[in-house]
Design a protein around this ligand. Structure first.
Ligand code: AMP
Length: 214
């Protein structure tokens, strides 16, 4: 299967992507993670992207499109892939349509107030990249590898409000774009992680069966 995970920032795309990729043996392609890796390596692309990301703005379409085009040609994508955080603009969706036939677009819907509340407790592991929620009084240690967690520079309330504006303006039109192509699968992302996974797996199990019967 070739899937897209759509939804506002902090909707839980990364968390759900891990579970989906594992269950259906798909390559997990997160453009945000790829860009953060470039930043960590201080590549020319990383240096250019850092300011844009830290301000909550999008990286130019041509850069992202080239990055994804390269990535989906790799061997681990032969059995399918899951795009997490891509496409984020109509121009990116148009570029993707030249490269792959997408089977479904999972749209994780979460109201803005919940996103703002979630981001205050969102932390990321600088060592293994795992994202988790921490609550008052809890130790800020990665549950996967034990490293000390940090807050992403673009995860403050002010930056998140801006990222939500960018989402509404540039990314939300993709819901209509994919709805018109009969690919949108809406999911209620305000529920617990396990409940959201259950909704998604139910839908994808059916899709996979239908694809096997083809
Ligand atoms: P994410 O980890 O998906 O929240 O992405 C973090 C940041 O990386 C975004 O706020 C953008 O600045 C940048 N980014 C990630 N994916 C894309 C994309 N498809 N198009 C443009 N910018 C992106």
């Amino acid at each position: 299967m070739k899937l897209i995970l759509l939804g506002p920032p902090a909707a839980g795309k990364g968390t759900q992507a891990e579970g989906i990729a594992e269950r259906y043996s798909l390559a997990h392609i997160s453009t945000g993670d790829m860009l953060r890796a470039e930043i960590a390596l201080k590549t020319p692309l990383g240096i250019r992207a850092k300011t844009l990301i830290d301000e909550g703005n999008l990286v130019p379409d041509e850069i992202i499109n080239a990055m994804v085009a390269n990535r989906i040609m790799q061997q681990d994508c032969v059995n399918g892939f899951l795009l997490d955080g891509y496409p984020r603009t109509i121009a990116q969706a148009e570029a993707l349509s030249e490269l792959a036939d997408i089977d479904a677009v999972i749209d994780i819907e979460v109201p803005g107030e919940i996103i703002i509340r979630r981001v205050a407790s969102r932390r990321v592991c600088p060592k293994c990249g795992h994202t988790q929620s921490v609550h008052e009084g809890e130790e800020e240690i990665c549950e996967k590898c034990g490293a000390a967690l940090i807050q992403r520079a673009d995860d403050t309330e002010e930056k998140m409000r801006h990222r939500l504006d960018v989402y509404h303006e540039s990314t939300e039109p993709l819901i209509r774009y994919y709805f018109e192509r009969d690919l949108i699968v809406p999911v209620d992302g305000a529920r617990t992680i396990a409940e959201v996974s259950e909704q998604i797996f139910g839908i994808l199990d059916e899709k996979q069966e239908a694809k096997t019967d083809e």
